[in-house]
Design a protein around this ligand. Structure first.
Ligand SMILES: Nc1ncnc2c1ncn2[C@@H]1O[C@H](COP(=O)(O)OP(=O)(O)OP(=O)(O)O)[C@@H](O)[C@H]1O
Length: 360
């Protein structure tokens, strides 16, 4: 298949809400997808990701808000007229149909004639490198191959946008990584606009041009992978981005966004980087990733860690220890550390983030 010519500029969710009785799954969600973009909707279970995708696809009616594709309002259209291809966690293939017929299915529903159907399905199967399996039935393929069939089926209808809901979740670890690369390759070669739902930060960061983190049915942060990874906007996003060390301290002076802020905690004084403005005397949450904590003497933010648990991780080890005041700290290092050691470690100022305590 050749690179997509986009038939729209932007898809816009405006104040989209969805409730189930008293439970609010989406709260006035605003979200824009630009043509050609790969956007990952990321968040923990229950934050509203699937609801957002299903509202978009027309599988769930909205209880508030609107969805627009350029100047066309589409939340009032039936699913098949919205121009989306869908890929689900469960491959949702028909077991009694051949792979070829499964891929043709959406085209048949749209009244595409047999000859054209055949050639478009064959082309989609070539794109996902499954042309040789066209005559087989789903049960004869691996999980990863079945999901590629589902992707081919979505591609065959030549959608404006592909919606993917946790497409890799049913696969084992090695297949997951393999198909992730395949999805990235398809996006790079076809330039298809994609909205991809996942709870896996690594998947979101590796695939997407832009990551949107949802919290309780609202956008908590939206930005390029490198930004949400190194500059999370809140402790909630930080926790999701692998900042496994989160603990409180108190600011000794006010600081603006990006400034160095001095904080103290139980006899320790740390220099940290303020993510947003911090008031003097305010409680802050400090966040640092285990792989940013360094072992060794020297420099500011030096503490001694009483090590408790050491886990072998391949190139590195993960160490769990306690600070003098009992606070648990995780680090990753190539140094030789054993349980029961007293190890000097440093929390580099530029990687130790301080969040004002607005949302816990
Ligand atoms: N059919 C339903 N009836 C009642 N509540 C629902 C229904 N579907 C979703 N919810 C609720 O809406 C909220 C958002 O659910 P949703 O499935 O969108 O979350 P999610 O982020 O996709 O989570 P998961 O990854 O577990 O699917 C949750 O609190 C959920 O319990």
């Amino acid at each position: 298949m050749t690179a997509t010519t986009h038939s729209f500029r932007e898809l816009r969710l405006r104040g989209v809400s969805r409730s189930f009785g008293k439970a609010i799954a989406l709260k006035e969600l605003d979200l824009t997808l630009y043509a050609g973009e790969f956007v990952a909707l990321l968040g923990p279970s229950g934050c509203g990701k699937s609801t957002a995708l299903n509202c978009l696809a027309g599988l769930l009616p909205l209880t508030g808000g609107e969805i627009w594709k350029d100047e066309q309002r589409i939340d009032t259209l039936p699913p098949e007229r919205r121009g989306f291809g869908m890929v689900f966690q469960s491959y949702a293939l028909f077991p009694h149909l051949t792979i070829q017929r499964n891929v043709e299915f959406g085209l048949r529903m749209r009244g595409v004639r047999l000859v054209q159907r055949r050639s478009r399905a064959a082309e989609a199967l070539r794109t996902v490198k499954l042309a040789d399996h066209a005559h087989k039935r789903p049960a004869e393929l691996s999980g990863g191959q079945q999901q590629r069939v589902a992707i081919a089926r979505a591609l065959a209808i030549e959608p404006d946008i592909i919606l993917m809901d946790e497409p890799l979740s049913n696969l084992d670890a090695s297949l997951r990584v393999e198909l992730r690369t395949e999805i990235k390759r398809l996006h790079q070669s076809l330039g298809l606009s994609t909205l991809y739902v996942t709870h896996d930060q690594e998947e979101a960061l590796s695939l997407a041009d832009r990551v949107v983190i949802l919290r309780d049915g609202r956008v908590e942060q939206s930005g390029p992978p490198a930004t949400v990874y190194s500059r999370p906007a809140s402790p909630y996003v930080a926790a999701f981005m692998g900042y496994r060390n989160l603990f409180t301290a108190r600011a000794t002076a006010a600081a603006g966004p990006g400034d160095t802020v001095s904080v103290h905690r139980d006899g320790y004084v740390f220099q940290a980087t303020a993510v947003a403005g911090v008031q003097a005397g305010a409680e802050v949450t400090l966040a640092i990733r285990p792989d940013e904590v360094t072992v060794g003497e020297g420099g500011a933010n030096q503490i001694t860690l009483a090590t408790e648990v050491v886990e072998f991780m391949g190139r590195e080890i993960q160490v769990q220890g306690r600070m003098r005041d009992g606070q648990v700290l995780l680090l990753r290092t190539g140094s030789d550390v054993v349980p029961g050691d007293s190890v000097p470690v440093r929390l580099p100022r530029e990687r130790l983030l301080a969040f004002g305590q607005v949302d816990g």
